[in-house]
Write a protein that binds this ligand. Sequence first.
Ligand code: HEC
Length: 172
Amino acid sequence: MQILASKLTNTTLLLLISGILAACSAPEENETAQSSADPTFNTALGVQDIMSLVLEPASDILWDSGGWVLDASGYEELYPTTDEGWAYVRAQAATVVESGNMLALPGRAEDNDAWMIYSKGLSEAGILAMEAAATQNEEDFFQAGAQLYSVCTACHQAYNPDINNRFDDEAD
Ligand code: HEC
């Protein structure tokens, strides 16, 4: 019993000390996180890779899962019809949420101004899509998709207007 008690105190003391150490080193870590040469982020993938390999595939699934299309056989509803289907689009929306953070990382962000606002907007639209998917609310899901689209085009307009022309080409 005595041994157990002293063991406990030792552990508590150790936890306390490591807690204090962590508290002391925290501000320093934050500082490095904000410097643009932070080696702790791997930004080997550039913005173009994030767009074409991460963000666009996830967004396309969201857009392909919202609303209706008219084809030869009539109107087809695109919304998921099963719990698994909604869970799947919710996961794609989560990728969109985190893409906002990926773009905001030092080494990727083009400035600390509008770029950050658009990146945040991406995450916000993604959160809305996740919530709509969780509640299987078709109207909210559609709105989230529209909001997402407007963030994409606004950022492209500001930083690389040619991309929007390409989007238009695809729609034709
Ligand atoms: C924070 C700004 C920003 C946001 C938000 C953004 N993009 Fe981009 N996007 C860019 C920039 C900058 C480029 C050009 C990258 C390059 O070519 O170096 C680009 C390029 C692209 C490309 C072309 C990639 C290639 O292979 O050339 C696609 C596709 C794309 N974006 C899709 C999207 C979609 C879809 C969204 C929204 C879901 C989106 N982007 C949101 C900044 C953004």
